[in-house]
Write a protein that binds this ligand. Structure first.
Ligand SMILES: Cc1cc2nc3c(=O)[nH]c(=O)nc-3n(C[C@H](O)[C@H](O)[C@H](O)COP(=O)(O)OP(=O)(O)OC[C@H]3O[C@@H](n4cnc5c(N)ncnc54)[C@H](O)[C@@H]3O)c2cc1C
Length: 624
């Protein structure tokens, strides 16, 4: 009896297949994380790095500290724990990234340019296009000023340089890289990794002028008249304060100001007992950096004994509500941070001479209301005072755009100090002025800033040349006739990233907490990837509806359902894989729960008629 197909693959919409690759979708620059993870599993570490590097000029830094939205989206979480995508990127970068090259020019000019060849990989195509484009001169030289050398400014400059435009970065700090250098502590991000990636960007012809503050050393007017366009990528570097009695005066400091002083080796006014107010990752960076000052003080001064600092980290949230990552809370506790949850700061207590002697807290009854809005309630009768001599406030950052006069420069800024930005182009209200990074979107992750910088580069290019550089998405399907997974890949537990000994690592601020995966570890961890770019494709012409595929499926993600029951079937996120009609028989469909599929290929191997094939779906952007 012939099976009459209603449709072969019932979801021909490319965006559906694309959306199956969760890691790539979640990455703001659409890194093909699955691609580099699988390349590591197969032992091709150079390919892995090239895939990671394609869309991301700061791939090595991301390998160290990226907030990794890809991991948060990783489908492996539905089995056990997500793939260690970020540490795998670090592993690939440690193999081929600029930090392992002596001459950064060789890395880009002689190696990366040659190796970035078109492959079935979206990400590398973009860089290839940019590299090819960089050979074509523009009709006239174009100069763009970028204010700020954080990840947004650097990414923007990288792409503009490849587009043939001359970017000049103006940076008020004595060193480039923004918060990556003056915020993120050295124990998480070694400075030589930052220097390596910045040097590569400089080797493309980007000029970085450090120690130049716009608004003080040069005016915004002069930039508007001297440059063809301006990109404002000044981040959010101002520590937010708290309106508490006693907050003004010595002994109280902004958390990011403290981190900046440590990073730049400025003299510190730090006592022995420190209260850090805040419950996010930055508060942990602050608290853990304080702990590392004991031995640093000893090295800098004639003090013989380490002046051990006691750190109390106090936040409004309960342990479950805290915004800090679990790893920060765990590692902070290992290092000696005393955590106080549900502590609402009421007053900073000072003695007769104005010295800080403590912070009084009131008990927090709730932080968020029924609508999950921030609306803390306190019990003012339940008070606790923690004795201390220094208070570091890490409750967020804000932007400083005081160098702009909205009326004169035509740049619209809201009452809250946030610039008005056209989100699709990142253009500000004034012609030729663009925003990128935290200043444009509010504080986020470095990968958001990188994506934003790249977007601003394209908008600037279009604004200056009138040429659009929108890519077109191409889709490829590769049949994988002998698709086979590593033995037992579905049972391998996530390999935790090895970390240095807590007692040892607090002795120096440049001892990295994470020591990274060894090669066997990296290959094993990478072999856990479910490879969501691979899909089961059902051919209803061949399907005899025997149900064998559903029987062998180890995760029960396939089911035979009669068409009448299809509508009622819960979870319509499932793909209807095959619908078959036999004259006189009820219509049945095989439905598949994509979330549960582990791409093991058991169904394809079991199918007696070859109706199921394993196919790799790849997406790449074709550049004009
Ligand atoms: C302590 C800390 C730790 C963080 N850790 C992580 C992490 O682990 N992972 C992660 O993904 N993200 C992390 N982030 C967030 C990330 O660092 C930021 O999202 C990112 O740096 C924003 O990039 P940006 O380029 O927009 O701004 P920034 O990095 O802030 O760079 C802006 C630059 O502009 C310069 N500038 C400002 N005003 C002027 C002026 N008037 N003239 C000249 N120059 C000026 C500043 O000096 C600065 O160098 C962290 C942030 C902080 C504060």
């Amino acid at each position: 009896m012939k099976t009459v197909p209603l449709f072969k693959v019932t979801i021909p919409d490319h965006s559906y297949w694309r959306s199956q690759i969760n890691c790539q979708n979640a990455c703001p620059v659409h890194t093909d994380a699955r691609g580099y993870v699988r390349a590591i599993a197969s032992g091709d570490f150079e390919l892995a790095y090239l895939i990671a590097r394609g869309p991301n000029p700061l791939a090595s830094i991301c390998g160290r500290i990226c907030g990794a939205p890809c991991e948060a989206a990783c489908r492996r979480s539905s089995v056990d724990r997500p793939i260690g995508i970020r540490p795998l990127k670090r592993f690939a970068a440690g193999h081929s990234g600029p930090e392992v090259w002596e001459t950064k020019g060789d890395y880009f000019g002689d190696w990366l340019k040659e190796r970035i060849i078109p492959q079935l990989c979206q990400s590398r195509d973009e860089l290839l296009w940019l590299i090819r484009r960089s050979g074509e001169p523009l009709s006239r030289p174009l100069k763009v000023a970028i204010i700020g050398s954080g990840p947004a400014g650097l990414a923007c400059a990288h792409d503009l340089a490849l587009l043939g435009i001359n970017p000049v970065i103006l940076e008020m700090e004595p060193v480039p890289a923004g918060m990556l250098y003056v915020g993120v502590p050295e124990y998480r991000l070694p400075r030589d990794v930052i220097r390596a990636e910045v040097s590569v960007i400089e080797s493309l012809g980007v000029e970085i002028q450090c120690g130049v503050e716009v608004g003080k050393d040069v005016t915004f007017d002069s930039l508007q008249s001297e440059y063809d366009a301006t990109v404002i990528a000044v981040g959010a570097k101002r520590s937010r304060g708290l309106p508490l009695p006693g907050v003004q005066g010595p002994g109280v400091m902004g958390g990011v100001d403290f981190l900046r002083d440590v990073a730049l080796r400025n003299p510190l006014e730090l006592g022995a007992n420190v209260v850090v107010i805040g419950g996010g990752n930055v508060a942990y960076d602050v608290g853990r950096t304080v702990l590392r000052q004991a031995y640093f003080d000893m090295a800098r001064t004639a003090v013989r004994q380490p002046r051990v600092h006691e750190v109390h980290l106090c936040c409004l949230e309960s342990l479950m509500e805290m915004p800090a990552d679990d790893v920060e809370i765990i590692e902070g506790a290992e290092e000696g941070i005393a955590l106080h949850n549900s502590f609402g700061p009421k007053e900073i207590v000072r003695d007769g001479q104005g010295r800080v002697t403590g912070v009084t807290f009131q008990k927090v009854l709730r932080v968020y209301d029924e609508n999950k809005k921030f609306a803390p309630l306190f019990d003012s009768s339940s008070l606790t005072t923690i004795e201390c001599d220094t208070v570091l406030i890490a409750v967020g950052q804000s932007t400083d755009l005081s160098f702009i006069d909205p009326a004169r420069h035509g740049v619209a800024i809201s009452e809250r100090g946030i610039p008005v930005v056209e989100q699709s182009t990142l253009a500000g209200a004034a012609r030729g002025v663009f925003f990128a990074g935290d200043v444009a979107h509010g504080p986020g992750l470095m990968i958001h800033a990188i994506a934003s910088g790249k977007k601003a580069a394209r908008s600037v290019y279009e604004y200056l040349t009138g040429q659009s550089i929108e890519p077109k998405t191409l889709e490829f399907h590769l049949e994988l006739p002998n698709y086979k997974r590593e033995t037992g890949y579905e049972r391998i537990a996530r390999i935790d990233i090895p970390a240095s000994d807590p007692k040892e690592r607090v002795r120096r601020q440049d001892i990295c907490v994470e020591s990274g995966y060894s090669e066997p570890m990296a290959r094993t961890e990478a072999s856990r990837c479910l490879d969501c770019g691979v899909n089961t494709i059902f051919d209803s012409d061949k399907c005899v509806l025997c149900g064998g595929c559903a029987e062998v499926c180890p995760t029960l993600c396939l089911r035979l359902v009669s068409i009448e029951n299809l509508e009622q079937d819960d979870g319509m996120h499932r793909a209807v894989e095959s619908v078959s009609v036999r004259p006189g028989e009820p219509i049945s469909a095989i439905i598949k729960d994509e979330e549960r599929c582990i791409r093991c290929a058991c169904c394809a191997q079991r199918c007696p008629t070859g109706a199921i094939t394993m196919e790799r779906f790849c997406f790449r952007e074709s550049w004009p």
